[in-house]
Design a protein around this ligand. Structure first.
Ligand code: 13P
Length: 249
């Protein structure tokens, strides 16, 4: 079980070459000055091992995996292979995987189950696109994502997950959710967990915010009572901004 705590995660997406990943990892190692913040970075697959050997004061996770153990899946990396590499965390349900790679609710449910079975913490990403928020349907939309792919877990297992609320309209756009928008969605997700499970589960699960979170707005976002930290894209690619976000609590 990973209990609720302050977290800053860096999703490097398909960025950085080996040398850049090495330099950034070393700078993060040297710059972290917050022992109470859990820091995890998610590099591109080819550099996972290299980053993991450098990582001392942060953990390393995977951006993706295929939810079966082996077989004829050319180009994929299996759940047990990432476990074998030492991954403790895996992103599941990122909006780019949903929209570009057509990952469906039922496929994401399989990924959640596979991660749990292999002792990997799923960082389950959810969030609505712009047209859905414009139509005031963001709560129905996010609840469906959770119900279809995550809320089948039992009381104990759900506590092994982390949730990341990433409104799609805020990802890579420079548009950030206001603190009211973030807090409302995060507190609602926590209320849904309490309703589906119990208050203990709701109090245990960390809920991160993602979407144009940066050094300038992290402090305000992290001050929301139900925002436990951030899942950072662009601003995690430079050590000064990423470290400044880590030190925003
Ligand atoms: P940005 O921080 O670049 O908006 O990306 C957020 C994200 O998608 C993290 O997973």
């Amino acid at each position: 079980m990973i209990s609720r705590q302050k977290m800053v995660f860096g999703n490097w997406k398909m960025n950085l070459n080996k040398n850049e990943a090495e330099i950034l990892s070393k700078e993060i190692n040297e710059g972290i000055n917050a022992s109470d913040v859990k820091v995890v970075v998610f590099p591109s697959f080819p550099y996972y091992d290299h980053v993991a050997t450098i990582a001392q004061r942060f953990s390393v996770g995977v951006q993706n995996f295929y939810p079966t153990e082996n077989g004829a899946f050319t180009g994929e990396v299996s759940v047990n292979q990432v476990k074998n590499l030492g991954a403790e965390f895996a992103l599941v349900g990122h909006s780019e995987r949903r929209s570009i790679f057509n990952e469906t609710h039922s496929f994401l449910k399989k990924k959640v189950d596979a991660a749990i079975n292999f002792g990997i913490t799923p960082v389950f990403c959810c969030g609505e696109p712009f047209d859905i928020r414009n139509a005031s349907e963001e709560y129905t939309y996010v609840l469906k994502q959770l119900e279809e792919s995550l809320f089948h877990l039992d009381n104990k297992t759900i506590q092994q997950c982390i949730i990341a609320y990433e409104p799609v309209w805020a990802i890579g756009t420079g548009l950030t959710a206001t603190i009211d928008q973030a807090e409302e969605m995060h507190s609602t997700i926590r209320k849904w967990i309490a309703e589906h499970y119990n208050q203990e589960c709701a109090d245990t699960i960390s809920i991160l915010y993602g979407g144009s979170c940066n050094a300038a707005n992290a402090k305000e976002l992290f001050s929301c009572p139900n925002v436990d930290g951030g899942l950072i894209g662009g601003a995690s690619l430079k050590s000064d901004s990423f470290l400044s976000i880590i030190h925003s609590f």
